[in-house]
Design a protein around this ligand. Structure first.
Ligand SMILES: [Ca+2]
Ligand SMILES: [Ca+2]
Ligand SMILES: [Ca+2]
Length: 1024
């Protein structure tokens, strides 16, 4: 935000700017928080606030905004492939080896996503009677590219400014099929590239597009003599493909037997070979883990170097006697801090540091090795450095040795390697041409330039990892003004995810089979993907808001998510970081449950109530293990209820309930006395344990009690339902009595308990988390409405600022996920004082998942300006110029918590849905006079439309895909409405309905259940 927008204007301005809100949402805004509460920094000014609700335009990224773009463009849980700002493909995390993508500075940084594989497209145009021209379709040859990213479809317009123009217009659409409620067809290892070429000249022209791709199969096995890379031209149903895989090298043995020369393993218990300075090494090598250190596992023998001597504070260096490099690899065990150049092992040759390695902020030692072939025969020196005193300011090293084979080398048959499989590039045209293995990009482009065709050429296997490009060409003839499309598929097949496999291996046996299926079903897959994109973006919501809320949904198509061969959907928290579909992180996420409920149901049944479920106690292990997280345990009940509501019938609930009620028993045992407050130690998503009653866990517990009550009633267990209700009522009353401070809810730390890692009198952003959940699953208020609103108003006032700089200067965050000058919502602040010396972890950080959670809750309350300000803050951080709009980071890239964004869509719609009961309804929080937005139900999706006039309104539920079955409809009318009459049609047929009214809320019980299909609608005319 620029400084002219910064002004100390808070809620007073927000109140003036409020849009029309459905009457049922009550007064147009929440009661203001107490004027005495102190905010964390500047608030946005009125002009900025007013701009948030403007409809706006389709966002076209260009210039510097293209730099960081990387929109996921593969299938759900099928790996991670990006389309970059210039249309090139990047990342290529499709080979079952995912790095930990880090947090803070490591992932919240500005960079162009790298590509480890070489790949590209080029166009050749030959106007009649003129020479052919060839241009690469990337930023090399187009200097004014425009990119539109409406997930799941990216559109790239290849334009030039300074560079020479073409006599044709070229645009590309890049996507993987993505059809809500059809997980099967949305989870394929395929990226589709459709090039539209329009002849803008007055002459006929020939146009052709060539695509090329490097063989990426098992590249890290390069150097093994027994296998080769292989590219072959294959004619399939799809068109012409180049399939890339491996071939055995005839007569070549596998890798040679390993030799080892130890430089030092410290097993003599001395630093005899080392010169030590500083005080972090001690008089002799450590005998293992040091005092106050997490366990250092994986050492060789007894002794190792461990500079955590007396903690992270001490520093020093150890320099070894010179040695001769006699083998091609230098290997070692290493762990500790990740401070490059500060906590590290260095290799010096001559007077230069030629190799360096640091830890990964973990104590478990890992084998690493350097390829030192270029220094064979030379003298070298090793240096262990600890020049860091902050967190993770130490380094552990052991078993330094020279070897002929990297110790991490994969020595089994290649078929067992995680990266074993095949990949293909396909031109989807009957008369396509292809080349198996072009030796250089120049040679490929020269052949293409000559006549717009390629010859298959040599398809003999070649040395593993040598750069040979498989290439395919599709060509068309264009009359003046004519436009045609040329379609390519990039497909892959790497099923060897260790232990779990991949869902897609149940459907395909090779990348060419993937291409065949995609091509055979292309019209449907493409049309339905476009139908989703078009239906979602055909909305009255501000364009920026619709775009932003869809962006984190792309997380489903990253390496954060896995779909195992056995049908279980599983996920990291962020890419490569923190396993086990963590119940508390996934508490915030709503995209899987609402867009692909089949996936969410599999996690509930196969993990939460399966591998992670303890039959004896009802514990839901929060990483599919046997560890308790209080927020995650409560959230599991809510997710089970959501998955039931998003089902077509009771099958899921009947399967889940026996264990779900045990999971409730576990919570009641922790409550201890049925008073509706959990007071004992509560491990949670802040990676610490709260003690004493608080509304972070408490609101989730109360919402879980209500959800369990509903499910028990559906199971005809009245006694149990009544008990849940009674506990809920007590907890609700006691919470208001004990934890309400007049402006927001606090935590009561039990007398005598330390306040370390607690929040006490703080204003926690997530303090009414369970209320947001209760709204989303149609449970109404768990706390009195006025307190909910005032709490949220206090969160906006005390935790959100248009510039996090001043506050974070005073209270630096552990990890930076927002920078000075950027807006953000802090996890926790202490506006009334009482900040503990060492409060709840991450209190001074900004997490997009929490921002969306809070905003979604505010939207259900009709607090639109506050909610949009928070969401817009996220949008302006991830703006392309600074950070990749599709990669909201926390502990890792594509952090799952960010999929809380979908809850904001539900909130602004005031959406309620119960599939098995046939109940559906909505009450727009904005634009009540003219509203349209996207919805999903159990068996179909489409648009919710409301138009309000002087004395009536129409509500349409339009089905764009699948079907909708309904018997009860819920809307809200103008609060001034008199007696309401309703006329209902379903697919054009009249349906009798009985109208009941509760304030602004109108419920229509249909005389008989209705079913409407694609292109049809349920339409209701309400008059008063
Ligand atoms: Ca050792
Ligand atoms: Ca240190
Ligand atoms: Ca209790």
């Amino acid at each position: 935000m620029n400084s002219t927008r910064l002004a100390a204007v808070g809620l007073a301005v927000a109140a003036i700017l409020l849009l029309p809100v459905a009457a049922g949402a009550g007064t147009s805004r929440a009661p203001g928080a107490d004027a005495g509460l102190v905010g964390p920094g500047p608030k946005a000014d009125a002009a900025w606030m007013a701009s948030l609700t403007e409809r706006g335009q389709r966002k076209v990224y260009s210039g510097a905004e293209l730099e960081t773009l990387g929109m996921p463009c593969g299938g759900i849980a099928a790996g991670q492939l990006y389309v970059r700002g210039d249309g090139t493909l990047a990342q290529w995390w499709i080979f079952n080896s995912v790095p930990h993508t880090g947090f803070g500075d490591r992932c919240y940084r500005t960079y162009r996503p790298p590509s480890p594989l070489e790949q590209g497209f080029a166009i050749r145009v030959k106007p009649e009677g003129a020479a052919a021209v060839v241009r690469k379709l990337c930023r090399d040859d187009f200097d004014a590219i425009e990119f539109i990213g409406e997930y799941p479809i990216a559109e790239i317009r290849y334009r030039t400014k300074e560079k020479p123009a073409l006599p044709v217009e070229v645009t590309a659409e890049v996507f993987s099929p993505f059809i809500p409620l059809n997980a099967r067809d949305s989870a394929m290892p395929v990226t589709v590239l459709v090039f539209k070429v329009k002849n803008t000249s007055a002459k006929a022209a020939e146009a052709a597009v060539a695509g090329w791709l490097q063989n990426g199969v098992c590249l890290d096995l390069a150097g093994r003599g027994d296998i080769l890379s292989r590219n072959r031209v294959v004619r399939g149903r799809a068109g012409l493909s180049v399939q890339m895989d491996l071939a055995a090298a005839p007569g070549k043995p596998a890798a040679e037997a390993p030799r080892v020369t130890v430089i030092d393993d410290f097993e003599d218990g001395t630093y005899g070979k080392w010169t030590i300075t500083g005080d972090c090494f001690g008089p002799k090598p450590a005998a293992g883990t040091l005092e106050r250190q997490q366990p250092v596992s994986g050492r060789q023998g007894q002794y190792l170097v461990n500079t955590f001597l007396g903690g992270d504070e001490p520093q020093g260096t150890a320099i070894a006697k010179p040695f001769k490099i006699t083998e091609p690899y230098l290997a070692f065990l290493i762990s500790g801090g990740s401070h490059a150049g500060k906590t590290c092992l260095n290799l010096r040759v001559g007077d230069k540091t030629v190799r360096t390695a640091a830890g990964k902020d973990k104590e478990a030692l890992e084998m690493q090795s350097w390829d030192v072939r270029e220094f064979l025969g030379q003298e070298a020196q090793l240096e262990i450095v600890d020049r860091e005193s902050g967190p993770w300011g130490h380094i552990n090293v052991d078993y330094i040795h020279l070897t002929n084979v990297p110790p991490t080398a994969f020595r089994n048959p290649p078929e067992q390697h995680p990266g074993f499989g095949d990949m293909a590039i396909t031109a989807m045209a009957p008369d396509a041409t292809a080349a198996a293995a072009c030796a250089s990009e120049e040679a490929l482009l020269a052949a293409f330039a000559a006549d717009g065709r390629l010859a298959a050429g040599d398809d003999a296997p070649y040395p593993l990892g040598a750069k040979r490009w498989g290439a395919a060409v599709a060509a068309v003839a264009l009359a003046p003004g004519e436009e045609k499309t040329l379609t390519f598929l990039v497909t892959w097949y790497f099923p060897n995810r260790p232990k779990t496999g991949r869902m897609y291996e149940n459907w395909f046996k090779s990348s060419v089979e993937v291409a065949d299926y995609a091509a055979a079903n292309f019209d449907r897959l493409s049309a339905e993907t476009h139908l989703f994109r078009d239906t979602y973006f055909d909305t009255t919501l501000p364009y920026w808001l619709a775009a932003r809320l869809a962006m984190p949904v792309s997380t489903l198509a990253t390496e954060t998510c896995q779909w195992w061969k056995d049908g279980r959907f599983y996920a990291w928290e962020g890419v490569g970081c923190c396993p086990g579909t963590c119940t508390h992180v996934w508490n915030y996420e709503h995209a899987s449950g609402r867009l692909f409920p089949e996936l969410a149901r599999s996690t509930r049944l196969m993990q939460d109530l399966g591998a992670g479920f303890d039959e004896a106690t009802g514990l839901v292990g929060f990483r599919g293990n046997r560890a308790y997280a209080a927020d995650g345990q409560c959230g599991t009940i809510l997710k089970i209820y959501r998955e039931h509501l998003m089902s077509a019938d009771r099958t899921f609930l009947d399967a889940a309930w026996p264990k779900a009620r045990k999971a409730m028993d576990f919570l009641l045992a922790h409550d201890g006395n049925d008073d509706g407050l959990i007071e004992d130690s509560q491990h949670n998503t802040f990676d610490i344990n709260f003690v004493g009653p608080n509304t972070f866990v408490g609101s989730l517990y109360l919402a879980a009690l209500r959800a369990a009550e509903e499910m028990a009633r559906l199971q005809s267990d009245k006694a149990l339902a009544d008990r849940y209700r009674a506990v809920f009522e007590k907890g609700r009353a006691l919470t208001c009595e004990k934890l309400w401070n007049g402006e927001y809810f606090v935590q009561k730390i039990p007398p005598g308990q330390p306040d370390k890692h607690q929040y006490g009198d703080g204003c926690l952003a997530d303090q009414v988390f369970g209320q947001g959940w209760a709204h989303q699953v149609g449970l109404g208020y768990i706390y009195p409405q006025d307190k909910v609103r005032m709490a949220l108003a206090s969160v906006f006032k005390c935790n959100w600022t248009s510039d996090i700089g001043p506050y974070n200067q005073k209270w630096p965050p552990q990890r930076w996920f927002a920078r000075p000058g950027e807006a953000g919502l802090f996890t926790c602040t202490w506006p009334k004082g009482g900040r503990p010396a060492e409060p709840v972890l991450y209190r001074d950080e900004v997490w997009t998942g929490i921002e969306y959670q809070v905003a979604g809750n505010m939207l259900y309350e009709g607090m639109v300006p506050e909610a949009l300000a928070i969401i817009r803050g996220v949008h302006e951080r991830y703006n392309g110029t600074k950070y990749n709009p599709w990669n909201e980071v926390e502990c890792g890239d594509h952090y799952a918590r960010a999929m809380a964004s979908w809850g904001c869509l539900l909130g602004i719609e005031g959406y309620v849905y119960d599939g098995p009961a046939g109940l559906i309804g909505f009450a727009p929080r904005v634009q009540a006079g003219d509203f349209k937005a996207f919805f999903t139900a159990a068996e179909g999706w489409g648009s919710l439309v409301q138009k309000r006039r002087e004395a009536g309104q129409t509500n349409r539920i339009e089905v764009a895909w699948g079907r909708l079955r309904a018997r009860t409809l819920v809307f809200e009318v103008d609060k001034g409405a008199g007696q309401v009459k309703a006329a209902v049609t379903a697919a054009g047929r009249n349906v009798a309905a009985e109208v009941t009214r509760d304030g602004a809320r109108v419920t229509l019980a249909l005389a008989a259940p209705v079913e409407v299909g694609r292109g049809e609608a349920v339409e209701v005319a309400l008059t008063w």
